[in-house]
Design a protein around this ligand. Structure first.
Ligand code: ADP
Ligand code: MG
Length: 725
């Protein structure tokens, strides 16, 4: 067996298992070794069926019988049923929406079942328990599933499962791989002096310990090692990418001081100290001949757009060096270019509209490119308006430099988009994009463009250090003057009426409100009717009929056509609509200063960072803003998280709390950053993250091409290859 021997060669697999393994991405022996348990249960919760009581979560072992599929009484949800029997008694088990379970086990098979005991009509049953086939039933409570008490390990690893593959199967299969001698040929990619310095186990030991730890400490040490490894590799790759990128020349941009002051005076406000500082950070980077790589991190509403606009101004009034002083084409001034990428069409359009205002006094063309079409400002016939143009035409003008500012969604990074002199790439709401998309954007110029990344995601410092390891950081740590702290209220079921009256008063006073719902309209087939989250469509109807008949109510969600979205947004912006019921599409960036109330339904379904983003939608003016958080959940953790929202003063404080309260992998959006659960968990440990970063920095500085670290070089090359795809 080799590390890349396929699982099909090693095990006899049924079709369910094959599909499940593919879904989990477990194709080879090596994949199995890297599929870590999410936790370690011990067998203390093992119970005799006769001793079960309502409400407890237990593990039982027994024979399965009376397997059948049926339809649930309400809503006809397909389900599987069975009886589990041991010497002390029997209990019924049911699985909603998983009728296939009845087919996966044969009558009389021995099974391990884990789940919560419920009661109905004074009969106990298990609802949607975990089930897996076992070879033998342990005798008596307290004995390990893996043999008698004298066996060498007693922590029971619990793996992430998928339909068709059980944790138990994964355990046994991984043990088979571990015992095959495969470990003897493995090379540890982490240099041994680093392992020693931080007291981390080597690769082989760590693999054994993570899959079958003898003690909790072994498990923790192994997890720490893999977390370190992951963060270290990310750091190494980002640091190297940064070093490589900085080798490229970029456009030097030195704006005329007086012109810049004039441009800034066109805004209706005076920039805050933080905005001025951020801008001078950017301009200092611009004046060097190597590209800027900077992250502008500022809470929602701190005014990042201003900084981006002023930076864009500095770029577009600068001429490329070769043509400086020459009259080029129709434009009688500079033609360095700016690409401005935003994560949604609504946001891209909003930026396009603001930019056409900021730059209206200058003979500068601004383009908008999104999946649903292209615009150019100004139009030939009306210098005050934008006009629709074809994609081909827009791309031509971008390629020949006639459109110096191009704003857009992901459409911006398509291959067909080419610039003549791309000098600055701005990425708004950076956390919505991956590193890959960022790299695609900055590869668009012949010189390396300066990069200004912006984010309001309040992310914990450790996460920022990791995923933005290659960026310099500027904090916008000051809100525009006069902003009142938003009043956040956690509203329980019985206080709705009261809250609606407060909202009515705000709207009557001329303000507007958002109502955020978790769903658009389709019912979730995995949930009973009573458990369904509120939907945009139904809630809008209910509000109109029962609560606010006197107000205009609109809806906004991702399934509307782009033109419909635009219309709704325009109606809300110009006050035709009093209330906008929407999904999380309004999460990022949307700017309607007159909206001062936001209601969030089913709040327990959103991450704290996301809730904070919602809240940012209404903190854009000097009116008092309100955020009403509605929850149906009574669960301790859910309420605790929402309470944190009520109390935290700013996003960064909130992010740290979120990290503390939530378990691994639950941190909102962990997946999109490409981090595993184990690394996310490690982010609770600032020291470890800083150590991984420092080591990576040291290695890249001492040995930029990694010629003394061939295994590391190989790893980095693999990562780079993925980015280049
Ligand atoms: P974000 O950082 O969330 O992107 P925006 O750039 O959208 O914030 O700014 C939020 C609102 O605050 C906008 O309406 C903007 O015009 C306004 N604004 C920005 N800077 C200032 C300032 N210095 N004084 C007053 N209002 C400002
Ligand atoms: Mg913004």
């Amino acid at each position: 067996m080799e590390i890349n021997t396929t699982v099909e060669k090693i095990f006899r697999l049924n079709p369910y298992q094959k599909r499940a393994l593919a879904k989990l991405g477990l194709l080879t022996a090596g994949d199995l070794l890297r599929h870590f348990p999410t936790r370690y249960g011990d067998v203390a919760v093992m119970k005799n069926i006769g001793d079960l009581t309502q409400g407890e979560t237990a593990v039982i072992f027994g024979k399965i019988s009376n397997l059948k599929t049926s339809k649930a009484f309400y809503k006809k949800i397909p389900m599987a049923e069975a009886k589990i029997t041991d010497e002390s008694g029997n209990i019924k088990a049911i699985w909603f929406n998983q009728p296939y379970i009845a087919k996966m086990f044969s009558e009389g098979a021995l099974v391990r079942v884990e789940g919560k005991v419920s009661e109905k009509k004074s009969k106990l049953y298990l609802s949607n328990p975990k089930i897996e086939k076992v070879d033998k039933v342990p005798i008596g409570v307290g004995e390990s599933l893996f043999g008698s008490a004298g066996d060498e390990h007693y922590l029971y690893p619990v793996y992430p499962e998928s339909r068709g593959i059980s944790s138990n199967w994964l355990y046994h299969s991984t043990q088979k791989v571990l015992k095959s001698g495969i470990l003897d040929n493995l090379i540890d990619p982490i240099p041994s002096e680093i392992l020693q310095k931080y007291n981390l186990p080597g690769l082989k030991t760590a693999l054994v310990w993570i899959h079958a730890p003898k003690t909790e400490n072994d498990a923790l040490a192994a997890r720490k090692r893999f977390a370190f490894e992951e963060v270290f590799f990310i750091q190494l790759e980002r640091q190297k990418a940064r070093r490589d990128y900085e080798q490229n020349p970029s456009f030097k941009i030195i704006p005329n001081e007086a012109d810049l002051i004039k441009f800034k005076s066109r805004f209706s406000f005076t920039p805050t100290g933080a905005q001025e500082r951020a801008l001078s950070n950017v301009l200092a980077d611009f004046s060097k001949s190597r590209p800027m790589l900077r992250l502008l991190e500022g809470d929602v509403g701190s005014g990042k757009t201003f900084v981006a606009a002023a930076a864009a101004y500095a770029a577009v009034v600068t001429r490329p060096p070769s043509t400086r002083g020459l009259a080029q084409g129709k434009q009688d001034f500079g033609n360095l270019q700016v690409a401005y990428m935003a994560p949604t069409e609504i946001l891209a359009r909003q930026h396009f509209e603001s930019f056409t205002e900021y730059f209206a006094h200058l003979p500068i063309n601004i383009g908008l490119i999104t999946g649903s079409g292209c615009l150019k400002f100004p139009s030939k016939t009306n210098p005050k308006e934008a006009t629709k143009i074809s994609r081909g035409q827009l791309l031509k003008w971008v390629a020949n430099g006639e459109i110096p500012i191009l704003i857009g969604t992901h459409a911006l990074i398509q291959k067909t988009v080419r610039f003549k002199h791309l000098a600055l790439a701005v990425i708004d709401e950076q956390h919505r994009f991956g590193v890959i998309q960022r790299q695609k954007l900055i590869r668009k110029g012949e010189l390396a463009p300066h990069l200004l990344s912006m984010t309001a995601t309040p992310i914990p410092r450790t996460l920022a250090l990791t995923i933005f390891g290659d960026l310099d950081l500027t904090l916008l740590d000051e809100m525009p003057p006069g902003r009142k702290p938003i009043i956040t209220d956690l509203v329980l079921q019985n206080d709705r009426e009261n809250t609606y009256e407060k909202i009515r008063a705000e709207i009557v006073a001329g303000r507007q409100a958002y109502v955020i719902c978790p769903r658009i309209d389709e019912p979730d087939p995995n949930k009973l009717l009573a458990l369904q989250a509120k939907s945009v469509k139904a809630e809008a109807q209910r509000l109109k009929k029962e609560i606010f008949p006197e107000f205009e109510i609109g809806i906004l969600h991702g399934k509307l056509k782009p033109t419909e979205k635009e219309e709704v947004m325009a109606d809300f912006k110009n006050g035709k609509l009093n209330i906008l019921v929407a999904t999380s599409v309004v999460e990022v960036g949307v700017n309607v200063p007159n909206a001062t109330v936001i209601v969030i339904e089913g709040a327990e379904r959103f991450g704290l960072a996301q809730l904070h983003q919602f809240r940012g939608r209404v903190q854009r003016s000097n009116y008092q803003a309100y955020c009403y958080v509605f929850t149906e959940s009574q669960k301790g953790n859910a309420v605790r998280r929402l309470k944190a929202l009520e109390q935290a003063a700013n996003g960064f404080e909130l992010a740290e709390q979120d990290l503390k309260i939530r378990g691994a992998g639950e941190l909102s959006g962990a997946r999109q950053w490409g981090l595993s659960d184990i690394a996310m968990d490690a982010l609770k440990n600032l020291k470890m993250v800083e150590a991984a970063r420092a080591e990576a920095q040291r290695i890249i500085t001492e040995d930029p091409t990694l010629k003394n670290f061939p295994t590391l070089a190989e790893k980095i090359k693999q990562a780079e290859a993925i980015h280049l795809e």
